[in-house]
Design a protein around this ligand. Structure first.
Ligand code: NAI
Length: 335
């Protein structure tokens, strides 16, 4: 049996974690032969609820679940973590502007970046889910000067999976038959779900759908899917977000399927003309625990325009949190 790996999760008593933790413990994320230690982190007021979740995890008697530890602060919770899943965040309250939310959560993620820098394993892989995920990832990574920004990613896999599921449903295919979906940009309604390079059973997807449907229905549907679910359920996506976190980490650590592309929010290196220094969702392939942006994809004028719109939003978000971004260091450039 392998040595257990340490997976730290913030927001561990929240809705997403109530699906996520059970999937991790069952081996869906790190593989069916990899024992895990779960380091669960919550705010002090939620520690009772967290104890309840821990009891349920124990009661599942998962063969791969080595230990569970509970923490009311990230400094303890991130100690020696190999993987850190930053799910917890303040939800948007009544009358709160998006910029207020960015600011409040920015401070949380600055502290979490520092704690990862000081306490996590040197090779820690970090995934930020708490919103605004891309900008929170930027803040966390810039506050962790001893870690490489390439160790930080943010979740756009839910948008990717939504696009795949909606396309499969429209064309009568199953999601397994669909390849090459790309989600570009921000995890927000400006994201661009791109079907120009997708295939269904090896044939170009774009030839199998009506262009009007693609532009007028598909793109807005994927962009607005989160709100549509909140309206229908009265609660935000939780199980699908948990599945997306599992898929993101699984691919990063164990590799993407041969020929398949994943969408991941990562620090822009300038590929496809996207300004450096923002976390932007790109098409990637993963191998041996590393991701690489898929290069050489041709973009038509429509796609180029869509990439710009979502880039612009991220640059505006960055401007709001500029005071939480310490100067870049040498390690920050080791991307
Ligand atoms: P939730 O409100 O059910 O749970 C969040 C949990 O985080 C709460 O238990 C809260 O006590 C905890 N928390 C808050 N601040 C914390 C801190 N500083 N340290 C540790 N824990 C903290 O929310 P849910 O549904 O689990 O969603 C979590 C986040 O994920 C939200 O920001 C949501 O907007 C975001 N989200 C992102 C998606 C993406 O695709 N990137 C998809 C769905 C949700």
């Amino acid at each position: 049996m392998r040595r257990p790996v340490r997976v730290a999760v913030t927001g561990a008593a929240g809705a997403i974690s109530y699906s996520l933790l059970f999937k991790i413990a069952a081996g869906e994320m790190m593989g069916k032969d990899q024992p895990v230690i779960l380091q669960l982190i919550e705010i002090p007021q939620a520690m009772d609820a967290l104890r309840g979740v821990a009891m349920e995890l124990m009661d599942c008697a998962y063969p791969l679940l080595h230990t569970i530890t509970l923490h009311d602060n990230v400094e303890d919770g991130f100690k020696n973590a190999h993987y850190a899943l930053l799910v917890g965040a303040r939800p948007r309250g009544p009358g709160m502007e998006r910029s207020d939310l960015i600011e409040v959560n920015g401070e949380i993620f600055a502290r979490q970046g520092k704690a990862l820098n000081d306490y996590a394993n040197r090779d820690v892989k970090v995934l930020i889910t708490g919103n605004p995920a891309n900008t929170n990832a930027l803040i966390a990574s810039r506050n962790a000067p001893d870690l490489s920004p390439s160790q930080f990613t943010c979740l756009t896999r839910l948008d990717h999976n939504r696009a795949k599921g909606i396309l499969a449903n429209q064309t009568g295919a199953t999601p397994r038959d669909v390849n090459g979906i790309i989600v570009w940009g921000n995890h927000s309604p400006t994201q661009y779900p791109d079907l120009h390079h997708a295939t269904i059973l090896g044939e170009p997807a774009i030839n199998q759908v009506d262009m009007n449907w693609y532009k007028e229905e598909f793109i807005p549907k994927v962009q607005q899917r989160g709100s549509e679910i909140i309206q229908a359920r009265g609660l935000s996506s939780a199980a699908s977000a948990a599945q997306a976190i599992v898929d993101h980490m699984h691919d990063w650590v164990l590799g993407t399927e041969p020929g398949e592309v994943a969408s991941m929010g990562i620090l822009s290196d300038g590929s496809y003309g996207v300004e450096k220094g923002i976390f932007y969702s790109f098409p990637v392939r993963c191998n041996y625990g590393r991701y690489q942006i898929v290069q050489g994809i041709e973009l038509n004028d429509f796609s180029k325009e869509c990439l710009k719109v979502t880039e612009q939003e991220l640059l505006e978000e960055k401007a709001v949190v500029n005071h939480l971004l310490p100067e870049e260091t040498a390690a920050s450039h080791d991307n």
